[in-house]
Design a protein around this ligand. Structure first.
Ligand SMILES: Nc1ncnc2c1ncn2[C@@H]1O[C@H](COP(=O)(O)OP(=O)(O)OP(=O)(O)O)[C@@H](O)[C@H]1O
Length: 897
């Protein structure tokens, strides 16, 4: 095998291509290395690659031919290697690199990445001379991927992998380490990291592909090994790069920020092409300038491309004639290098990077040490003859710091390359500084304006705005009293009085709304990105709760209603995770389940569920579906209102303490005494008080009842505090108006719906409730100086999810997955999920949809497991809580390819 292998891969036609273009393909297979390509004008081109993987090719074939030789060389000899996938968006780069997403990924579909990890460890273990090895993984993503990564990591509760305080990622070169990322934290790879290989994101849509990510992604494995023979430590690097789509910017349909990013990406792709070209067709015997510094991408790959490093390029293409022009340009990119490589690989001139570090060298060293070798000194001496000492010293410093690669054969040739590089570095530094000065000035100005506007908005916030900046009632935060204003006040904008002495918005509304627009605008500004890191063992945020005591309704009921009233829940409830309904009104796990996971505690058992040996060691769930904060009435679904749940807690605690006092026999089933103080008390209740009230009350009556509801909640929490509880999370109520159940009943008149299709009155009630609940939690915190009271803004998370559902990977926003009636709501109040009933003389079943992970609403009242998982991940960012618990937020290192 030569040092560089270039292959082409054609994926099978996708459904869009088949639909729009039938089975027409642009290639004719000649053999395993050659094919004829027909372009748009019917012209034939014959291409020859080291290997061509046609549509039916298997992932294992690609790995064995392309990656295995590199893995073997790397693992045993610590030779650097790079594997790159290149091609237009949707051509199969990520599929080849990673395989399918984590959920679908069977053994055969595994991509290069997991196979490389397996292969690497297999080789390392099988070579006898290797006595010790470590493998570190760094991951680098550009803007769009970072967001996806962050999202995924949050879902996986791995936020600690990011440390927002780090924003100074630098690319350095050390004599010993080669190119390395300074400012990046590395940790050891264990087998668990590979669970993260699920980067089939759907974040930024372009016309090229329904799930495109216009961004590069690099996985950098650093392998250190020690051999028995000489006890020397060798270091090698294996880099896997999944490049961003190579299509023409115009064809991608990108606009605005995405367009800017697309242009940067195209620049770095062409820089990569130039580097490979310079490496492969450089003039023998002549110092050849390799333009590594033209992009961050090539800089990072610098010591893994060329020399004795092994490089594999996989050019991924669509076989459809629909994409023939992009496929042709991908193949030409590959062929340019394929030709150079097969005949001229020997001319690649950069230095080999098998780094040997003496055993004694401090392995923790991360900065390049300014070691000079003889040729470096010779060159500097020559420079000294021509320049004054200060300039030479400066250049020397730059030389060492920037780790400029040089060829010791010719000082003259190097000198000219060096001058060229130095000149360009200094010019580009000047430009960067000028740009930065301009940006800082501009930001300062924007900041000033924003501060002024925020001050106005803040003031207004005290008089009636929640986190979304939506107008609510005039509300006195301190006393918690709502003042009612009669219609037709508010008729123009708010459709109810909205507490304003006006027919619509006040001046302050307009000001605040402008401020909110600005804030949103600011938060959507592109972050210079990049980043990442890590690997296992992964630490999660240390919440340090020994137990959880949960009070609530169906949103967090883990079997209370079923046990308490002896009712039945039918499949497909619970189909996803538990494989039976598991007492939950959901296809799988609830938010509270995901929180328990994040706290590293087992799922909560329901207090009322006594059959078997339920363990309450780590807490107890008093939540029961249908429960209200206010005492139950004859028409209540659940008799276990909040007051009853608190009373049950009293009984629970008393009995636990009594049993614990009798001996240690039951220790493993019961919370320790101090858990009652150190444990977390979660309150997720109130939805039924509001939603239920709308059936018999006017909106104004519902709103007027809120202080009373909250008084009841406060009384209960006070009792728990008196019992020793000190750590409280108060979840607010979600956008009730967006539940199909409420839309079906209260949204028949379209004028009652907002722009999302949600019932406005219900959402207004939820917002006012939340505003007062927030005030209550502040008041409790002020009263309980020895306690922690955290308000969790579930409403904002859910509302954002519903508003931007596609961004978060959902296909449906409002419609229920499990129900009866079909679009737009698939909800019928007469029949609940999983039930079969006779409706109008016909037997019908409320069935589940095919893929509940595409839906936010499970049964028209509750959220799906997929939505719950997302919501929990947002809660755990700490950004939606007051006070925030984000001390240990993920880090983001910012850098742009
Ligand atoms: N060889 C293949 N066999 C089966 N399916 C494939 C193959 N290659 C790609 N696909 C499918 O085609 C779709 C697009 O592939 P993929 O996401 O890998 O494209 P990409 O080139 O990485 O695009 P992007 O630049 O947007 O990341 C995916 O659904 C993927 O599963």
């Amino acid at each position: 095998m030569s040092n560089v292998t270039v292959c082409a891969r054609f994926r099978p036609l996708n459904s869009k291509e088949k639909r729009d273009n039938g089975d027409k393909i642009c290639i004719r297979n000649l053999d395993s290395e050659t094919f004829v390509f027909k372009d748009e004008k019917d012209e034939d081109f014959t291409f020859c690659f080291d290997r061509v993987f046609y549509q039916e090719s298997q992932q294992a074939d690609v790995y064995e031919f392309l990656a295995l030789p590199i893995v073997q060389a790397d693992a045993v000899n610590a030779i650097n290697g790079t594997i790159i996938t290149y091609g237009q968006t949707g051509a199969g780069k990520t599929y080849s690199m990673e395989g399918l997403g984590i959920l679908e990924c069977d053994g055969e579909q595994k991509g290069l990445l997991p196979r490389v990890v397996d292969g690497l460890f297999e080789c390392l273990r099988s070579v006898d001379e290797i006595t010790k090895y470590t493998v570190k993984l760094s991951m680098i993503f550009s803007l769009l991927r970072v967001k996806v990564l962050q999202y995924l990591l949050e879902i996986l509760f791995l936020r600690d992998l990011f440390d927002l305080s780090k924003d100074n990622l630098q690319i350095k070169e050390g004599k010993l380490q080669g190119i390395f990322l300074y400012g990046v934290t590395e940790s050891l790879v264990s087998s668990t990291w590979i669970n993260l290989q699920i980067f089939h994101e759907t974040l930024t849509y372009t016309e090229m592909n329904m799930a495109s990510s216009r961004s590069h992604c690099a996985y950098i494995f650093t392998i250190q090994l020690e051999t028995a023979k000489d006890r020397r430590v060798k270091t090698g690097k294996l880099i896997l790069v999944d490049l961003a789509g190579s299509e023409k910017v115009e064809k991608s349909g990108a606009e605005g920020r995405v367009l800017e990013e697309a242009k940067t990406i195209n620049k770095s792709l062409s820089a990569l092409g130039n580097v490979i070209n310079a490496l492969t067709i450089g003039t023998p015997g002549k110092a050849n300038h390799i333009p590594y510094r033209d992009s961050k991408l090539t800089r990072i790959l610098q010591d893994s491309l060329g020399g004795s490093s092994r490089t594999a390029l996989l050019c991924c293409c669509s076989p459809s004639t629909l994409n023939s022009s992009e496929s042709l340009s991908t193949l030409r990119f590959g062929a340019r290098h394929a030709i150079g490589l097969t005949s001229e690989a020997k001319h690649i001139r950069t230095s080999t990077r098998v780094s040997c570090i003496e055993d004694k060298v401090d392995k923790k060293q991360t900065m390049p040490s300014p070691i000079k070798d003889a040729s470096c000194e010779r060159i500097l001496n020559k420079l000294r003859e021509k320049m004054d000492v200060e300039d030479v010293n400066l250049l020397e410093e730059l030389f060492m710091k920037e780790g400029i690669i040089f060829n010791s054969n010719s000082a003259e040739d190097f000198e000219s390359a060096y001058k060229d590089i130095t000149f360009r570095t200094i010019t580009s530094l000047h430009q960067t500084v000028e740009e930065l000065v301009r940006t800082v000035e501009k930001l300062k100005r924007e900041n000033k304006v924003l501060k002024a506007k925020l001050a106005v908005a803040d003031r207004f916030d005290l008089h009636g705005r929640n986190a979304e900046g939506d107008a609510l009632y005039n509300f006195d935060k301190i006393s918690g009293i709502a003042f009612l204003v009669g219609p037709p006040n508010g008729q123009t904008y708010f459709l109810n009085t909205a507490g304003r002495y006006c027919d619509g918005s006040l001046i302050v509304d307009f000001l605040a709304s402008e401020a909110m627009t600005l804030i949103r605008h600011l938060s959507s500004l592109p972050i210079l990105t990049l980043i990442f890191i890590f690997s296992a063992p992964v630490e999660s945020i240390d919440f340090n709760y020994p137990a959880v005591f949960n009070f609530g309704d169906s949103n967090s009921d883990t079997g209370g209603l079923i046990a308490g009233l002896g009712e039945h829940l039918e499949p497909p409830n619970g189909q996803n995770y538990f494989k039976d309904p598991a007492g939950r009104f959901c296809d799988g796990r609830l938010i509270v389940d995901f929180l328990m996971d994040a706290f590293e505690l087992p799922f909560l058992n329901a207090y009322l569920d006594s059959v078997g040996f339920p363990s309450f060691r780590r807490g107890c769930n008093f939540a029961v579906a249908g429960s209200t904060i206010l005492p139950a009435t004859a028409s209540s679904v659940s008799p276990f209102s909040f007051g009853i749940q608190v009373a049950q807690f009293f009984r629970f605690k008393a009995q636990v303490l009594e049993l614990l006092a009798k001996g240690k026999k039951l220790d493993k089933y019961l919370p320790a005494k101090d858990y009652f103080e150190q444990g977390l008390y979660i309150f997720d209740i109130g939805q039924n008080d509001l939603a239920g009230a709308f059936y018999s009350k006017t909106e104004d009556q519902v709103l007027a009842s809120i202080p009373n509801i909250l008084l009841e909640l406060e009384t209960g929490i006070q009792k728990l505090y008196d019992q020793g509880g000190r750590r409280f999370w108060i979840h607010n109520t979600g956008p009730l108006g967006c539940l199909p159940q409420n839309i079906a009943t209260f949204g028949k008149d379209p004028s009652k719906l907002d722009e999302l299709g949600c019932v406005s009155s219900h959402n207004r009630a939820a917002k006012l409730f939340n505003l007062q609940l927030h005030a209550l939690s502040k008041k409790l915190q002020a009263n309980y100086t020895d306690a922690n009271v955290t308000y969790v803004d579930i409403f904002s998370i859910k509302f954002d999810l519903l508003s931007n559902y596609s961004k978060y990977g959902f296909e449906q926003t409002i419609m229920a997955c499990c129900g009866y009636g079909g679009p737009p709501l698939n909800y019928d109040s007469r029949i609940s999920c999983g039930q079969t009933k006779n409706l109008n003389g016909t037997s019908v079943t409320a069935k589940g949809c095919q893929d509940s992970s595409e839906y936010i609403s499970w049964d028209g009242i509750h959220y799906t497991e997929a939505a719950n998982e997302y919501i929990a991940s947002r809660i755990l960012t700490g950004k939606y809580s007051d006070p925030p618990f984000s001390d240990k937020m993920p880090f983001l290192l910012r850098l742009k390819f």
